[in-house]
Design a binder for this molecule. Structure first.
Ligand code: A3D
Length: 320
């Protein structure tokens, strides 16, 4: 049987890490696409040359031509620019919206059957626009944010409790931004919800609140340390987890930016929600029940995403 084909649109920090992880995990052959000449070719060759030591046979190709992504089973999109000093959120939105247009058209023309995972920021608005520009079914286009935000929360919790990260589960909902909603009630250690762990004396409400806030600020914390860019190891690993769930039909329950059609009170929008990912793409949005306080936080987050979507429509009339 032929190996699956994984197209990485954008060969920057995350794109290169994605390629390396996909190769090491032998998920399939990899095509790295970027407009920067030499960058995808150089990374593809460098990673291919790690194959003999690592022991993988996956093929690596770097390209500037969308024709090379033909027939891809998975496309992971990191193309675009990150916010630079002096650039407003709207400036970034305008630039990356144009990038999503070209990427969406490229995928529609050459890989219309792919499962598409968007990582480009501002995430929830970009994945919405990418689905519109590509015209692919909504269950085949989603955004990576929740897996990363949950992983950050799980890491902080595991450190606090001094237990294995594997035994800590966490859900982070809403838009990928300051308004994201790390759900304390639905996060557990081996099934024991966090509020119970406070009662058991494992932590305090103050410490838990601080970890929730640190999760919300997780991206900014890394930017502050790196100074020249944003996180890429954990974002790449998170997207690979989603790609693997699709390629191996794992039916993983993962939070991601998924198209909502009434679920959790959200209509015709992409926002972070729990989903089931398998061979059908996003096979289900898990329609969880939120309490009053959670619903208020979630609604606020949804409103923030709505604002970005409206800004996209104002910039590109074809989306209105
Ligand atoms: P970076 O290393 O700058 O890579 C972006 C790449 O996109 C560069 O190599 C560019 O040449 C390329 N590019 C630009 N325009 C195009 C185009 N039209 N077609 C193809 N390629 C193009 O960034 P990065 O890899 O660190 O991050 C990529 C994106 O992910 C950014 O928008 C980040 O803000 C975002 N990001 C999101 C998360 C989430 O959790 C959602 C986390 C971290 C980063």
């Amino acid at each position: 049987m032929a190996r699956p084909k994984i197209a990485l649109i954008g060969a920057g920090n995350i794109g290169g890490t994605l390629a390396h992880l996909a190769a090491i995990k032998e998920l399939g052959d990899v095509v790295l696409f970027d407009i920067a000449e030499g960058l995808p070719e150089g990374k593809a060759l460098d990673i291919a040359e790690s194959g003999p030591s690592e022991g993988f046979d996956a093929k690596m190709k770097g390209t500037q031509s969308y024709e090379d992504i033909a027939g891809a089973d998975v496309c992971i999109v990191t193309a675009g620019v990150a916010r630079k000093p002096g650039m407003s959120r709207d400036d970034l939105l305008g630039i990356n919206l144009k990038v999503m247009k070209s990427v969406g058209e490229g995928i529609a023309a050459h890989a219309p059957d792919a499962f598409v995972i968007c990582i480009t920021n501002p995430l929830d608005a970009m994945v919405w626009a990418l689905q519109k520009f590509s015209g692919l079914p909504t269950n085949k286009v989603c955004g990576m944010a929740g897996v990363l935000d949950s992983a950050r929360f799980r890491h902080f919790l595991a450190e606090e409790f001094n237990v294995s990260m594997r035994d800590v589960t966490a859900f982070v909902l809403g838009g990928h931004g300051d308004t994201m909603v790390p759900s304390v009630r639905y996060s557990t250690v081996a099934g024991i919800p966090l509020p119970d762990l406070i009662e058991m004396g494992w932590t305090t409400q103050e410490k838990l609140d601080a970890m929730v806030q640190r999760t919300r600020d997780g991206g900014a914390e890394i930017v502050g340390l790196l100074k020249t860019g944003s996180a890429y190891y954990a974002p790449a690993t998170s997207a690979i987890e989603m790609a693997e769930a699709y390629l191996k039909d794992q039916k993983r329950v993962l939070p991601c930016a998924a198209y909502c059609d009434g679920e959790i009170g959200v209509n015709d929008m992409y926002v972070g929600v729990p989903t089931v990912i398998g061979a059908g793409g996003v096979e289900k949005v898990v329609n969880i029940k939120l309490n009053k306080e959670e619903q208020e936080m979630f609604d606020k987050s949804v409103d923030a995403v709505k604002g970005l979507v409206e800004a996209c429509k104002a910039i590109d009339g074809s989306l209105a």
